[in-house]
Design a protein. Structure first.
Length: 216
């Protein structure tokens, strides 16, 4: 009795490998054909991101979609959650995301979920980004970190180590960064405590100035 063939019932390992490949290929074609058949008759979902909710609804309805829902992308609008979302609430909002995605196929009665953000919030975000970019050119974040590190060393005689990774810098205005970071502060016996440091830094990259500094 040939012990090499006792477990598989085929002509050696090559036969097993061939059978395995055939099963994999068959499964692939089955899934592909099944997906193809499932997509027959379903239209592609138009791309409505960047459109107002009113215009997005018009585009989707013109494409034959009838089940459109709306969801707030603003944390400040979370209190509307219990009221239910309607086109009237979001009429002048902007679509920031959609599901199914653009060009995906969907049945005409399938839910098309639109995530929306208010125009005023978008404008505020754009203004902040512009302010932050302008401040970065004037006072780089790297120089802010260095300034706070040196300031901390002056305040704590036994040592001060600002964690450069995981810091958060927010542009308070056109001239000031607000920095939040963790730091290590040892005592006179060398025992370190991990604490939080917050600082306001103004000035320029060449001459940054720490005008407020708190460790807690």
């Amino acid at each position: 009795m040939d012990s090499n063939n006792s477990g598989c019932g085929c002509d050696g390992c090559s036969g097993c490998l061939l059978m395995f490949v055939v099963i994999i290929i068959s499964s692939f074609f089955y899934i592909t054909i099944d997906n193809f058949v499932d997509g027959i008759g379903k239209p592609k979902v138009p791309d409505v991101t960047g459109q107002s909710v009113t215009r997005a609804e018009e585009i989707l309805e013109d494409a034959g979609f009838t089940n459109i829902t709306y969801h707030a992308d603003d944390a400040a609008s979370s209190d509307l959650e219990e009221l239910g979302y309607t086109k009237d609430i979001f009429a002048d909002w902007i679509v920031t995301d959609q599901l199914p995605s653009a060009e995906d196929k969907a049945a005409k009665d399938e839910e098309i979920a639109l995530t929306c953000k208010s125009s005023s919030v978008i404008e505020q975000e754009e203004d902040y980004i512009a302010q932050k970019e302008a401040l970065e050119k004037k006072l780089s974040v790297a120089s802010v970190l260095t300034a706070v590190q040196h300031y901390g060393e002056d305040q704590y005689p036994y040592g001060f180590d600002l964690h450069m990774l995981g810091t958060e810098t927010v542009a308070v205005d056109a001239d000031t960064w607000h920095l939040t970071a963790t730091c290590d502060v040892p005592n006179e016996y060398g025992i370190e405590a991990e604490m939080t440091c917050e600082a306001l830094v103004t000035g320029t990259t060449g001459q940054p100035t720490v005008k407020d500094f708190t460790v807690y």
